[in-house]
Design a protein around this ligand. Structure first.
Ligand code: AMP
Length: 363
């Protein structure tokens, strides 16, 4: 059985690494021949919207999934008729556009920041008047890791933000004074079986995930987040892993965005949960029984942004699990991560501090 993956980034690589023990093979579509997936599978080189390359991927695969959500929906529709494609094109479409996504959250009674669509400078002024400051202006599509967004403190910021981001559809939303950010990762199989991981608490730096700790033990929030997940699962008739990122504000969850795929804030599940998000994604799309999602002790994950720390020093930390993606170093680029596991939150935090000190000392 061969799984096709659109995108051969680190997520695709980790999907393949989780799938090999199940006896699966992998083929990727990516514009870069030396993307991380190339280390663990064959690569078809091409753009995601190249119909010929997509057909090639479909013909080489028994099932196609993706590791990025910025896959052009129209192009993908053409292969969804040739080969099983999961999560569905509909789920992909819903998550690609921040306006559709937030409208769906509202329709399913999942709290989300107040928002307005913005298409002109005059529209931006109206949105800011209706929603107030501080606000965040974001591109509706193709934004990730804090790219394509601007914080707006007052009317004085409107024109420069419009110039920087304008001429594409935008969304203006209220800036949430959150206590912290968390995410839930859930999985639904094609058979309808569901499971979810303990919530993780996430720390971002300039819009990029810097580290996550799990489990974030808040039974009430866990149960609320699971209800939100199940509403999305049902509505989208979903199959695969689905992530929702939240702000915690006044003790309540406010959904920021969802991702119809495995997620950076779930890397800790590789060593910190009974079954990783990667293996469960594969099980779900193939209709296999889902694996147990319980945490094994306490885990902390640090992203290596822009550079990699020395392997030897990191591995000297007890419970450290190092992952290098084989990517060329560029400022702020995700080059690898490390998960530390421990039997108590205090020990986990000590190990994470040690890891942070090693990584920090390299700058
Ligand atoms: P996003 O690209 O929407 O995931 O945003 C990246 C990061 O920017 C989030 O993880 C938050 O730290 C911050 N952010 C985005 N939207 C908001 C908002 N409406 N209010 C406060 N912070 C935000």
């Amino acid at each position: 059985m061969r799984i096709g993956i659109i995108g051969a980034g680190q997520l695709g690589r980790m999907l393949a690494l989780a799938g090999y023990p199940l006896g699966l093979r992998f083929v990727f579509l990516d514009k870069s021949a030396d993307a991380p997936g190339a280390q663990v599978g064959s690569i078809i080189t091409g753009e995601f919207d190249d119909p010929a390359r997509l057909r090639e991927l479909a013909d080489a695969s028994d099932l196609v999934t993706f590791d990025v959500e910025n896959v052009p929906v129209e192009a993908v529709r053409t292969i969804a008729d040739r080969v099983r494609f999961l999560p569905s094109v509909r789920a992909l479409e819903a998550a690609q556009d921040r306006l559709t996504e937030k409208t769906l959250f509202e329709a399913l009674a999942i709290p989300t920041p107040k928002f307005r669509a913005v298409d002109t400078l005059a529209g931006l002024r109206e949105a800011a008047l209706a929603i107030g400051y501080p606000g965040v202006l974001k591109t509706r599509r193709l934004g990730y890791d804090g790219k394509g967004q601007r914080q707006l403190g007052s009317e004085a910021d409107l024109e420069s933000a419009w110039t920087a981001l304008g001429r594409v559809p935008l969304i203006f939303e209220t800036c949430v004074p959150f206590e912290c950010e968390v995410s839930i990762i859930g999985v639904r199989s094609v058979s309808g079986e569901t499971a979810s991981y303990p919530i993780s608490k996430n720390y971002h730096e300039s819009g990029i995930l810097q580290r996550s700790v799990a489990p974030f033990v808040e039974p009430r929030l866990q149960s609320v987040a699971e209800q939100y997940l199940s509403r999305l699962f049902e509505h989208l008739d979903y199959a695969g892993v689905l992530t929702i990122e939240f702000f915690v504000c006044d003790g309540e969850l406010i959904a920021n965005e969802m991702a119809p795929r495995v997620h950076n804030s779930g890397h800790w599940t590789i060593e910190g949960a009974v079954t990783s998000q990667f293996e469960n994604h594969i099980r779900a799309v193939l209709g296999l029984p889902l694996g147990v999602t319980d945490a094994i002790g306490h885990a902390g994950m640090l992203n290596f942004l822009g550079r990699l720390p020395p392997l030897k020093r990191v591995l000297a930390i007890p419970g450290a699990h190092y992952h290098g993606y084989g990517k060329e170093a560029r400022p702020r680029r995700k080059l690898g991560h490390c998960t530390v596991t421990a039997s108590s939150p205090a020990e986990r935090d000590r190990r994470l501090d040690e890891l942070l000190a090693i990584f920090g000392s390299q700058s």
